[in-house]
Design a protein around this ligand. Sequence first.
Ligand code: HEM
Length: 153
Amino acid sequence: MRLHTATLLLLLATAMTARAEPAATVPNPAPAHPELRDVLDEFGGKPGLTALMDDFMLILLDDPRMAVFFEQVDQQRVKDKLVEQFCVILGGDCEYTGMDMVEAHAGIEVTHADFNILVEDLQIAMDRRGIPTRAQNQLLAKLAPMHREVINR
Ligand code: HEM
């Protein structure tokens, strides 16, 4: 009987230890690149990013392939978080206060094709604002690896 209780306690302790293990780590959604600070200037700083995200959201909502994703969400929140995220990535003095990229997209099903369409729409928005191609590509190069967390089907 004694042994039995000891075994149960051991099993319980093992289970508790297992539960206390940290979850698998998700990559930082907003890694800072101080060397890209000049690129942020080409985007017009934080105000330029804010204007860009306003345009980008309108383009997404006007694109039937993307509207399905963005019609129902808090668009102002998404725009605000994107401004913060891009500002930090481009070495700005900003803070990203949003979710990680797995969590942010867990409620929707995103394919590789969807990812490419969103990037296309972002390029249209950047072109319309006259962001130089090289600056566009420097941002896109930092966003591209995030496809691993965003694409979930
Ligand atoms: C590199 C690519 C992407 C980046 C950097 C990105 C970034 C973000 C960020 C920062 C948020 C806000 C997180 C928060 O609320 O805390 C967000 C939300 C969202 N994203 Fe993305 N995203 C990307 C790709 C995509 C794609 C391809 C889709 C779908 C086609 C998508 C659809 C959404 C939707 C619908 C939300 C709002 C979710 C909700 O409020 O429930 N995203 N994304």
